[in-house]
Design a protein around this ligand. Structure first.
Ligand code: C2G
Length: 130
């Protein structure tokens, strides 16, 4: 079984996230999502609308997702990859190059982001509607 991993907050899940998850799954048979905890979001200077548990519940309903683990820090990726025997790390290309050091452990793939959509854009547009 070829395992793939991707990392993220996945707040206010939208079609850009779904495009990423669908394409990531195509690189293997089993997709692990390392979901940023609320505490790690604070490290990333992100405040998600949905809590970790709520974001996890939503992601678990996505057919491309086979397993969800916690993303608690920047430094856990190599251990995650070795421990879970992961062969491919997939991220959107806003992260281009940032995880190349992990090429010692697995394939690292950066996929084009879906344009025109982001969680922050959704929040901003909703604020405008008030
Ligand atoms: N994404 C995308 N297209 C968008 C929006 C997001 O392809 N329009 C991708 C991002 O590139 C990322 C994934 O969806 O690969 C999740 O995005 P976020 O939830 O914003 O994750 P991020 O804050 O980038 O966290 O250690 C890595 C970090 O945890 C990544």
């Amino acid at each position: 079984m070829k395992k793939v991993v991707t990392y993220g907050t996945f707040d206010l899940l939208h079609y850009g996230h779904i495009n990423l998850l669908r394409r990531a799954k195509e690189y293997g048979d089993y997709l692990i999502v390392a979901l940023s905890t609320d505490e790690f979001n604070a490290v990333k200077n992100k405040k998600s609308f949905f809590s970790f548990e709520e974001r996890k519940l939503i992601l678990e309903s996505i057919k491309y997702v086979d397993c969800i683990i916690e993303e608690k820090c920047w430094e856990q990726k190599a251990e995650d990859i070795v421990k879970n025997k992961i062969e491919v790390l997939v991220m959107g290309n806003d992260w281009e190059g940032k995880f190349d050091l992990l090429k010692d452990y697995c394939d690292v793939i950066y996929l084009p982001r879906t344009p025109e959509i982001s969680t922050s854009k959704i929040k901003e547009d909703l604020r405008m509607c008030r």
